[in-house]
Design a protein around this ligand. Structure first.
Ligand code: OAD
Length: 238
């Protein structure tokens, strides 16, 4: 008996590029003008929390300027339809924007989220996109500690949800990697893991990613065009 379908999708910065958010490694990439180690490490937070806070508060505010694009909407539709037909669906994202959830998806944010803050003392995650002051810190509503930090996985920190992600990928029957350059592990290893566990593997990206080898099909082009087509093909095929 063939296993119940389990579609697993991994997204990266490219899925949000068509919404106007810069990718990490492309021209005009996110870190231009900001050295990564100035803003995206625990050491940077320890050395100059005000600089790091200002940078992330600006990025949180910038979420108000962007909207989900057809790729986000197509993946949310795929999730609903797959579940309605009795299959499983898992969406994993390396992105810290909130465009997937605004399109209606449920997902695992393996590199954290701009839409929430985390207490540096008690570790509580608090959803908050209302407090956008770049000059003042926000106290923790759970333990009253004077300062929350961005809820982002910084360089040198452990990604979130790794056990759940590992289990999902091993049971995938179809795995789609979308808009990620395959540079950053462990995310970049998930395609090969899915292939090793017999999933049919698909990759969409503008440029060939570093980790393309285990892909059964490479679908080059903008995610906002390619993903709705692929979803229609999968759903049409039942
Ligand atoms: P990258 O900037 O490394 O790669 C973006 C990928 O998206 C590239 O392969 C592009 O070809 C592709 N791309 C660009 N525009 C696209 C479009 N319109 N449609 C489809 N694909 C497009 O971003 P990530 O791979 O997501 O980690 O970066 C991975 C991690 O590196 C990030 O999560 C971040 C960074 O360090 C942390 O912050 C921990």
């Amino acid at each position: 008996m063939s296993p119940a379908p389990h579609i697993v999708v991994l997204t990266g910065a490219g899925v949000s590029a068509d919404s106007g958010l810069a990718t990490f490694r492309g021209a005009g990439g996110l870190w231009e003008g900001h050295r990564v180690e100035e803003v995206a490490t625990p050491e940077a937070w320890a050395a100059d929390a005000r600089l790091v806070w200002r940078f992330y508060q600006m990025r949180r505010a910038a979420l108000n300027e962007v909207e989900p694009n057809p790729a986000h909407h197509a993946l949310a539709h795929l999730e609903r339809e797959t579940r309605a037909r009795g299959g499983r669906f898992t969406l994993i994202s390396q992105n810290v924007d909130d465009l997937h959830e605004r399109a209606g998806s449920t997902l695992l944010h393996m590199h954290g989220s701009l839409a929430s803050l985390r207490c540096e003392a008690c570790g509580a995650h608090v959803h908050n996109l209302d407090f956008l002051d770049p000059e003042r810190f926000l106290p923790c509503s759970a333990c009253d500690h004077h300062r929350m930090r961005p809820d982002i996985v910084w360089f040198g920190e452990m990604p979130f949800h790794l056990d759940e992600i590992d289990a999902a990928v091993r049971s995938a029957t179809r795995f789609l990697s979308c808009g990620t350059s395959g540079n950053v592990y462990p995310a970049a290893g998930l395609l090969a893991l899915a292939r090793a566990w017999s999933a049919e593997t698909f990759v969409n990206s503008l440029d060939e990613p570093m980790n393309l080898d285990p892909a059964d099909r490479f679908l080059p082009g903008p995610a906002a065009e390619v993903i709705p087509r692929l979803v229609a093909e999968w759903l049409g095929a039942g």
